[in-house]
Design a protein around this ligand. Structure first.
Ligand SMILES: O=C(O)c1ccccc1N[C@@H]1O[C@H](COP(=O)(O)O)[C@@H](O)[C@H]1O
Length: 212
């Protein structure tokens, strides 16, 4: 299972979190976020990491030239679109960045909202489901109603996100069957400052689940 730890702001933490077992690290490129990092901070973190770690830039309603510039300058392997980006935007981004993973994050308000997922699956590599919050785009610590996702089985891989922690990850995965999980505030001391003990506990829980 892919495990993405998002909202990294400190290069030394990115290496430590990768060593603990993360398969992907996320860097917030949304200027209003308390976890925002600049292109040069991302480049410094990416340079420290082994090549098998996916490095994902998180954007919200940025333009294709802006996203492309940051991806090229920092060496990111993927882009997470966390705003109101439409399927055509994902298609255009794919043309601009053909070798970069495109993850469309959907902030799910209701079961009906899940119907929009089918509009995206032809244009993205991966989906990500996050909880809806009326004032914040992400990193809210709010969980989704997992029972709503019991039958969720899109035509592409998907991450479960939203309020996941070492304490609730096993319960979440007993109800839904994602290709990966994505955690941010649930493994932090403060926004952007990851708690390595919580990250280690997360991987212990995930490891014990894999071995039954
Ligand atoms: O973390 C942020 O500050 C952020 C800002 C703008 C868009 C997305 C953001 N984070 C994403 O939110 C989800 C869930 O976070 P949490 O585990 O509930 O804290 C995650 O995918 C982050 O990438």
């Amino acid at each position: 299972m892919r495990v993405k730890i998002c909202g990294i702001t400190q290069p030394q933490q990115s290496l430590a979190i990768a060593s603990l077992g993360a398969t992907a690290l996320g860097f917030i490129c949304v200027p209003t976020s308390p976890r925002y990092v600049t292109t040069s901070q991302i480049r410094a973190a990416v340079a420290e990491l082994p090549a098998n770690i996916d490095t994902i830039g998180v954007f919200a309603n940025a333009s294709i030239p802006e996203i492309s510039q940051i991806v090229v300058d920092s060496g990111l392997t993927g882009v997470q679109l966390h705003g109101d980006e439409l399927p055509d935007f994902c298609y255009q981004l794919r043309q601009a960045l053909p070798n970069v993973e495109i993850i469309r994050a959907l902030r799910v308000r209701s079961l009906e909202h899940l119907d929009t997922v089918a509009d995206y699956t032809n244009y993205v590599d991966t989906l990500l489901l996050d909880a809806y919050h009326p004032e914040q785009l992400g990193g809210t610590g709010k969980t989704l109603d997992w029972t709503m996702l019991e039958q969720f089985n899109p035509n592409c891989p998907w991450f479960l996100a939203g309020g996941l922690t070492a304490d609730n990850i096993i319960e979440a995965l007993s109800q839904v069957n994602p290709s990966g999980v994505d955690l941010s505030s649930g493994v932090e001391r403060a926004p952007g400052d990851k708690d390595l003990d919580k990250v280690a506990e997360l991987f212990e829980k995930l490891g014990s689940r894999e071995w039954g």
